[in-house]
Design a protein around this ligand. Structure first.
Ligand SMILES: [Zn+2]
Length: 719
């Protein structure tokens, strides 16, 4: 196809490291050749080049075609993508003050740059011309999906609206951006700026000497020497509560968390919430949608709020019963302990943990002695990948890395050919943000002829020099989880980067990763890697059984607080513009939240939501974020648990099963309907029962299933 050469001659050229693909194997970044001064000019040039590329698409005198419009758009922004991948990898895992400064400066520019493309009316008219002609075109399934996603993405941004409406959308976006930033800062201030003070050491009885010393230091730092202070953590429950013996002190700490940012102290986010909810409902109305959730869920697997709500509401009766049963059990434990009170949220984990310790007799330090990091990765995770998918791995030391603690491997496919590169960055350090995640330095794409270069980042506390690197069972699970994401990326088999590998819906992307956690405790995998660091003895079955049994304990709270938060999120997203606008005072925000939670039929006073509205960062601290999307953690768990059942019923860890999962799910990227993908794998629609069984929520079946749980939700990871 003849492209317009006149436009090409005017194309700006990039300079510096990011102007061209790396010459290293797999085009992996040459960290030895990148300096911090390279980023800003590369971002600026990358945006300018993409603008020129977009203009060239618009100016093309030829009629719009799939190639000269949709593929040309897909190909645009190559240099920008190259610098952004490296830059955002490093700001996450190995940042510096300079990188943080660049991030603050470049982020709003990148947002505006993106808007200038998705809301460009001339570009959209060409995209629409191709889209409207789609029935007459002969396309592969992947081409058709790229066309549909490109068109629908622009429509979702506002391309079909009138100019006046588009201006209103831009104004709402801008206001939402400001309000959500204010929310985020206020919620952080409510958490960080005012620790909870205690007058005497006896208030903190039960805490370790280290914790008490930290509390004394924090009080002194806050101008109250001689007192003690505890900083709040993100969630409603606070991690120190179970060890605090003084009940009044527990109540004080809990209430400070629960009433965070709700106006009892200096910070009050309630009117911000009301305004955000109203603007979101108004934006949805511009698109002809009844509410924000209906608008926001357009590209999700669940698609409609009713689907997500129905999915969660079916769990409520069993969950409510479990909450009541657990509360009764805790009240017995309190009475047996000589307590003369009924359990409250600030008592819950203290007594739940006591029962757990007695019932399961689980020593987490003893468990760790069986998990040595390099064995977990090479004899556990890699072994699982070989058994299931025929992959093999070779450590290499010739590639430059961004930190000496990063390990690199070549990954070989089942036919012995090179599949890609894997970077493993396991250790906690001050320059790394919390959590664990996976992403790509290079995406797989047939269009570019690229193979995946993938990294997993974790935050395992590093053992002192010379000591064996042991890891907790939780980190073992996370290592399998993150490698599940990596496999989703390695098995990508797409033409276009936009549809490649993990480029899938928010309520789908955690599914393949969660499934791979099941192999961490698969007997033949365990016996290959879980060996005592001194004796070499394999972890006893009995210890694994205890881990699995203990993981199912306390689901009324652990699971209940997540379900409640997810349902509260959906209630905020279900407001019409009129209903949202009627919530116009702080008291009405309180009343709406209270009513929404009461309607659920759960024990909300004993088990409050994991986040109350006033500090629910997932849904209020960015313009869209996880709003009408917090349910995703539960949704993917349903797919995960049902898939584990399929594997167990079909022979477990076999090449045949692995190849089937690879063919139907892991290699499909975002190229097809997610329900269809699941059906191709399992031969039927997803079923919620295995998840309810795993969570101990099937009536009368409390202890029947011995499968290990993933641990506390939400998952420790993002993609
Ligand atoms: Zn994940």
């Amino acid at each position: 196809m003849a492209e317009a050469n006149t436009a090409a001659t005017a194309m700006p050229q990039g300079t510096g490291y990011f102007a061209a693909d790396s010459s290293l194997p797999f085009k992996t970044p040459d960290f030895s050749a990148i300096s911090e001064d390279d980023y800003m000019p590369a971002f600026e040039q990358g945006m300018a080049i993409q603008q020129a590329e977009i203009q060239a698409i618009i100016d093309n005198p030829a009629a719009p075609t799939f190639e000269n419009t949709i593929v040309a758009l897909e190909k645009s922004g190559r240099m920008l993508g190259r610098v952004a991948r490296v830059f955002f990898a490093l700001t996450g895992s190995n940042t510096t003050d300079r990188l943080d400064e660049i991030n603050t400066e470049i982020s709003p520019k990148l947002t505006a740059h993106g808007d200038s493309i998705t809301l460009n009316p001339e570009l959209f008219s060409r995209v629409k011309a191709v889209y409207d002609n789609r029935a007459a075109m002969s396309m592969t399934r992947e081409d058709a999906k790229l066309l549909e996603d490109t068109y629908e993405g622009m429509v979702h941004a506002g391309a079909l609206l009138t100019e006046a409406e588009r201006e209103r959308v831009k104004a709402i976006n801008s206001e939402l951006s400001t309000l959500t930033t204010e929310f985020s800062q206020a919620a952080r201030a409510a958490m960080n700026d005012t620790p909870v003070f205690f007058d005497s050491r006896s208030d903190l009885a039960g805490l370790s000497e280290n914790d008490i010393q930290s509390a004394a230091d924090l009080a002194a730092e806050n101008g109250q020497p001689g007192k003690f202070a505890i900083a709040l953590q993100n969630t409603t429950q606070q991690p120190l509560l179970p060890t605090m013996e003084n009940r009044a002190a527990r109540e004080k700490l809990f209430m400070a968390s629960y009433h965070r940012a709700d106006g009892r102290m200096d910070v009050d986010t309630r009117m911000l919430i009301a305004k955000i909810a109203t603007l979101r409902a108004q934006k949805a109305a511009l698109f002809g949608e009844p509410d924000w959730a209906s608008y926001a869920m357009w590209d999700r697997m669940a698609e409609k709020p009713e689907t997500a709500l129905g999915f969660m509401e079916q769990m409520v009766p069993a969950l409510a019963a479990t909450q009541r049963r657990e509360a009764a059990m805790l009240n017995e434990a309190i009475a047996a302990d000589g307590g003369d009170f009924e359990v409250k949220p600030w008592d819950w984990y203290r007594y739940a943990n006591k029962i757990k310790a007695e019932r399961y007799d689980l020593d987490e330090d003893a468990v760790m002695e069986y998990f040595v990091l390099d064995k977990v990765l090479e004899d556990g995770v890699f072994h699982m990948a070989e058994e299931l998918y025929g992959l093999t791995f070779e450590r290499r030391t010739d590639l430059p890395v961004y930190h000496p603690d990063v390990w690199t491997y070549t990954v070989f496919d089942r036919d012995g050919s090179e599949l890609g590169l894997f970077y493993f960055d396991p250790f906690q350090r001050p320059s790394k943000r919390g959590g664990a995640w996976m992403s790509n330095f290079v995406d797989q794409s047939d269009l570019w002829g690229t193979s995946p270069v993938i990294y997993n980042v974790l935050n395992i506390p590093k053992a002192p020099e010379g000591e064996v690197q042991l890891v907790s069972f939780d980190w073992v699970n996370t290592t399998f989880h993150e490698f599940g994401h990596a496999l989703h990326g390695f098995f990508a088999n797409q033409k276009y980067e936009s549809l490649s590998g993990t480029a899938t819906a928010r309520d789908f992307v955690e599914y393949p990763s969660q499934v791979h956690e099941m192999w961490a405790t698969w007997p033949s995998v365990l016996s290959n890697y879980a060996k005592h660091y001194e004796t070499g003895e394999t972890i006893p079955d009995e210890m694994i059984a205890k881990i699995e049994a203990a993981a199912k304990f306390n689901q009324g709270y652990d699971f209940g607080e997540v379900v409640e938060a997810a349902l509260l999120d959906m209630k905020w997203g279900a407001l019409s513009p009129e209903e949202a606008a009627a919530i116009d005072t702080p008291e009405k925000v309180d009343a709406f939240e209270r009513r929404s939670l009461e309607e659920l039929g759960l024990e909300i006073d004993l088990v409050p939501p994991r986040y109350r509205s006033t500090y629910f960062n997932h849904i209020f601290s960015s313009p869209s974020g996880y709003s009408a999307g917090y349910y995703s953690y539960l949704w993917t768990e349903m797919l995960d648990r049902d898939s584990r059942k399929w594997f167990r019923e079909n022979g477990g860890l076999t090449r045949e099963n692995g190849d089937h999962y690879r063919a139907t799910v892991l290699s499909q990227g975002g190229t097809m309907d997610y329900f269809k993908m699941f059906e191709n794998f399992a031969g039927r629609a997803p079923d919620v029962t295995p998840m309810l069984e795993a969570r101990g929520l099937v009536a009368g079946d409390e202890q029947a299933d011995s499968e290990v749980s993933d641990g506390p939700l939400p998952p420790r990871t993002t993609n």
